[in-house]
Write a protein that binds this ligand. Sequence first.
Ligand code: HEM
Length: 88
Amino acid sequence: GDVGAGEQIFNANCAACHAGGQNVIMPEKTLEKDALEQYLAGGRNEKAIITQVTNGKNAMPAFGGRLSDEDIANVASYVIASSEAGWD
Ligand code: HEM
């Protein structure tokens, strides 16, 4: 996916809860590399992020139908790239 386009999707739709790759609702479930490996269903990969963003999980809303499949794929690429880079 397009990481640059995904950054814009992230800032508009995800940053309210995940600014800087953190999690204001469930503090341990961050978007950092280690947390994605530990908590994300299916492991730290784009497909697993696409699934969670599309369907939601617990207090995280579903974005399927609100964001296009392309936007969701791009934001997943941005989250993976940022987790690699340490969200700096
Ligand atoms: C968890 C991505 C929007 C609240 C996660 C996780 C990812 C993710 C990858 C798994 C993290 C982990 O388990 O360590 C995104 C993306 C978003 C988005 C890409 C935008 C498209 C939001 C919003 C909220 C939110 C707006 C708050 C209203 C949560 C919560 C969890 C979570 C509470 C933990 C869910 C659980 O396991 O119980 N998010 N998120 N997210 N997110 Fe989001």
